[in-house]
Design a binder for this molecule. Structure first.
Ligand SMILES: *Cc1c(COP(=O)(O)O)cnc(C)c1O
Length: 354
């Protein structure tokens, strides 16, 4: 598997393997052996996450193809947009962001904070779209307006002799899905070095870019680890994101690695998505997530964020309390990033008191 991955176009951007370490205090509190895999520390910037690995493969091929500009899109607080912008800056590509902001939920932008502040610091060309109500992927008109604008900008740049790559929301470009096979392979290796075998891998699922690669690697390595995915958006059949998309992407990864894919049912059986922790909406902090963020910080001095990883962690801790993680199990939580959003959404600690 590692050899097949080595033959794919790749530009080194992050610092890999990312750290993997025990969370001793939480392990004691919950009666499980808990580890954390730190994609949030992938680099190249201080604030990173799971999209940096994707960018190595997506931009690796783009650079080979002579691409000069990379356009990507997301919500104004996007982690993916930040990581792609940083990856572009580190490789000499020019990043361009198309960002939405739901005025009814988040109001007008009053101040550059969080990930947006970092994008502005990198001097990224940024286009804003105000939407109304709901996540933008639910609003077809808003989506069409933004797509038209992205393509118009692409055409304009091409007329000036540039070559442009558009990376879909969340870095969900098919060149990237293979990246997180490496995450899983690293984890297995790091767990072995720590003399444990993983029973469960927990992570936060959204645009479905990390699970397909990890799942493919699990099937290839025959690891016993089971995936538990905590969703930040709905994941039923027929939704914008759904289990079949993960199945199809897993097959894409296996195909790239030259490994025959099992039937869909076998892949599907590895997918376990819990939708109970979405809360009120995407990018709206939930009480459980806030409690989980603070619990982790208090016990371990480690930070997760309010949009993704806090909800994922809340799911994992609830499973531990409910016994869905059997006592004594060995569990890895994939820290996919989101720490920049702690500086965007102040509700995590509430108002200043005293
Ligand atoms: C994008 C993102 C996710 C969701 O990742 P997918 O693997 O694409 O589903 C989870 N956590 C963080 C911090 C993210 O930025």
């Amino acid at each position: 598997m590692i050899n097949a991955i080595s033959s794919l176009p790749r530009k080194r951007i992050g610092f890999y393997p990312t750290p993997f370490h025990g969370l001793g205090n939480l392990s004691t509190a919950y009666g499980i052996r808990l580890f954390m895999k730190r994609e949030d520390l992938a680099g190249p910037g201080t604030i990173s996450g799971s999209k940096t690995r994707l960018s190595e493969f997506i931009l690796g091929r783009a650079l080979q193809d002579g691409v000069t500009h990379v356009i990507t899109q997301g919500v104004y607080l996007t982690n993916s947009g930040l990581q792609f912008a940083a990856a572009c800056r580190s490789t000499g590509l020019t990043p361009i962001l198309f960002l939405t902001r739901d005025a009814t939920r988040h109001g007008e932008i009053e101040q550059y904070r969080g990930n947006l502040l970092l994008n502005m610091t990198m001097d990224v060309e940024t286009h804003f779209f105000t939407t109304s109500g709901g996540a933008y992927w639910d609003a077809e008109e808003d989506l069409a307006r933004m797509n038209d604008a992205m393509h118009a900008r692409k055409t304009e740049l091409e007329a000036q002799g540039h070559q442009v790559l558009i990376v879909p929301t969340g870095g969900a470009h098919e060149d990237g899905f293979v990246a997180h096979a490496l995450t899983f392979a690293e984890m297995i290796e790091q767990a072995r070095a720590a003399d444990v075998e993983l029973d469960y891998v927990y992570h936060t699922i959204g645009t479905g870019t990390a699970l397909p690669g990890m799942l493919a690697a699990k099937l290839i390595t025959g690891s016993r680890a089971r995936f538990r995915s905590i969703a930040i958006c709905s994941y039923d059949d027929g939704d914008w994101m759904n289990p079949q998309i993960i199945v199809d992407r897993t097959k894409t990864v296996l195909d790239r690695l030259g490994v025959p894919a099992p039937d869909d049912r076998t892949i599907r059986a590895e997918i376990d998505v819990d939708q109970r922790f979405i809360g009120e909406d995407y990018a709206v902090p939930s009480a459980e997530s806030t409690a989980a963020i603070r619990e982790l910080a208090r016990h371990e001095g480690v930070f997760v964020g309010p949009v993704y990883t806090g909800k994922g962690l809340a799911g994992m801790l609830t499973h531990a309390r409910e016994g869905r993680i059997e006592p004594g199990s060995t569990v890895a939580f994939l820290h996919t990033g989101d720490t920049g959003n702690l500086f965007e959404i102040g509700q995590v600690v509430g108002a200043v008191t005293g």
